[in-house]
Design a protein around this ligand. Structure first.
Ligand SMILES: Nc1ncnc2c1ncn2[C@@H]1O[C@H](COP(=O)(O)OP(=O)(O)OP(=O)(O)O)[C@@H](O)[C@H]1O
Length: 326
């Protein structure tokens, strides 16, 4: 049995469908009309202990609904979920101490209190033993460089500081599994790096199982080996990032730096772009152009100082998958 087992879960929402204008509003009061939104449809996957999985999909794909079912906030209409033997939506009380949840759009901290007071409150709620609390607090605040603002009220923090505080809040009780729902949303590039490094280290060092939902592919590339993509509530892809690259990412970009200014003669099936006086990029389809031959041609005919081959951009591959182009 896997650590997380999700079997054929579905979740519908009944949404009030109001006609426009005042007559529509009045008609709706007497004869309300509803439509059914299929947020999650027959979704199945398994995750092993200690895995770090990116859970992605376009807006409205059903990611948050799935995370809510995994964390026990929502109950699936059909299908089943077990996490380390627990049924999240049935055993909420005993389950909640095993998990950590970070919703980037929603803070669990007390707005008017200093960050440390919210942490103390969580210590009491989760009944965290004093030594464990102190150890975790010390370690996580150090890793996330939080000493300078831990005594400030949450409302005075920047978004990045608030997000770091929320992450620590979700980890103080040493959960076995953590759900991150857009933990880097709106955070600047340095803040994102700090959060990604922290998440990666925690997964590697403590073997905490993690599910990471985000729209930022850099988050995924820097933290996850495996991704699950869903669209319209259904599974679209489940596998490694590397497999996606090699299966669908046939576009390659080679960047060459020359020792002098050169005019490179056209090469068939290769798009050449200037990147400066002595730097050019060569874009081609990996299935059409042999990269070794191309390098041979460049080294043989020009004075090349340096060459790098860029990996296919995961972002553009995922975009194509969303658009149904691959
Ligand atoms: N409480 C709700 N009531 C009605 N409809 C809902 C509710 N929650 C989600 N939905 C609908 O279910 C679908 C899936 O929503 P969900 O929030 O799970 O998607 P998501 O993949 O997390 O999207 P995003 O990336 O935009 O956050 C959407 O069509 C959404 O409008």
């Amino acid at each position: 049995m896997s650590f997380i087992e999700v079997q054929n879960i579905s979740k519908d929402f009944k949404v009030n469908k109001r006609s426009a204008g005042i007559p529509g509003m009045i008609a709706n009061m007497f004869v309300p009309k509803y439509e059914i939104k299929h947020a999650v449809k027959d979704l199945s996957f398994t995750i092993e202990k200690g895995e770090m999985v990116g859970f992605i999909g376009p807006n409205g794909a059903g990611k948050s609904s799935t995370i809510k079912m995994l964390s026990g906030i929502l109950c699936p209409d059909s299908g089943s979920i077990t996490v380390n033997g627990f049924v999240p939506y049935k055993q909420r009380k005993s389950y909640v101490g095993k998990i950590g949840v970070v919703f980037g759009q929603k803070s669990q901290l007390q707005w008017d209190l200093p960050v440390i007071d919210s942490f103390e409150l969580l210590r009491a709620i989760y009944r965290i033993p004093e030594d464990k609390y102190k150890k975790n607090l010390e370690r996580f605040t150090e890793m996330l460089d939080m000493k300078s603002f831990i005594n400030q009220p949450v409302r005075q923090l920047s978004l990045g500081q608030r997000m770091r505080s929320d992450i620590v809040a979700s980890l103080l009780h040493s959960p076995e599994i953590v759900f991150f729902d857009e933990p880097t949303i709106g955070v600047d590039i340095i803040g994102k790096e700090t959060i990604r490094n922290f998440i990666r280290e925690l997964n590697e060092q403590d073997k905490v199982t993690m599910i990471f939902t985000t729209h930022d592919m850099q988050d995924i590339e820097q933290t996850c080996k495996r991704i699950i993509i869903i669209d319209k509530g259904s599974l679209m892809y489940d596998g490694s990032l590397q497999d996606i690259r090699s299966k669908y990412g046939t576009a390659r970009r080679l960047i060459a730096e020359f020792n002098e200014e050169v005019a490179v003669a056209p090469i068939s099936d290769v798009v050449i772009n200037e990147l400066g006086d002595r730097k050019k990029s060569f874009t081609f389809d990996n299935n059409v152009v042999d990269v070794n031959k191309l390098m041979h041609e460049l080294f043989g005919n020009y004075s090349v100082r340096d060459i790098t081959v860029a990996e296919p951009e995961i972002e553009s591959i995922i975009q194509k998958m969303y658009n149904g182009e691959v």
